[in-house]
Design a protein around this ligand. Sequence first.
Ligand code: MN
Length: 190
Amino acid sequence: MAFTLPALKYDKKSLAFLSENTLNFHHGKHLQTYIDTTNKLVANSDYEGKSLEEIIATATGPLFNNAAQAWNHEFYFNCISPEKKEVPANLLKLIEENFESFESFKEHFIASATTNFGSGWTWLCHTGGNKLKIFNTSNAANPMVEGFTPLLTVDVWEHAYYLDFQNRRADYLKEFFEYIDWDFVASNLK
Ligand code: MN
């Protein structure tokens, strides 16, 4: 079964900080291309029939890059909400235990993403026990490969924000943070 473009869970016109134009390109063109290229590279290979997670775990080169970008983008789009949301109590407690306060977590997450050099992703991961950690990765890299569980990610490739924010990545990140789907983030806690 070939991979297909996952539908967004919200209307493209419903986001407060990203335009329909951005989503048309980012979801409709960039993500579609990663999926199409993954399908081409998987066809007639040992990876045929495997899930994206299984591919990411062992693939290298262009197949890793395209399959990981397909996974990362679906996860990222699910991290966004049209409405501002409350952080569920169990997740809030864990964040406060790991980062002293929610405000301090917010500062660290945004600072990390702002200074993630070049194209990449900034993640909040569950690393085992009661431990949470912020990671920066470059290009398509995903902390799942290191054995960590992604809870939240933000795309800091310029294509994620340039049409709406031009070079102002920090402004994009401040807005992104206000519209995180915390129910989705908490649902990723195993
Ligand atoms: Mn992207």
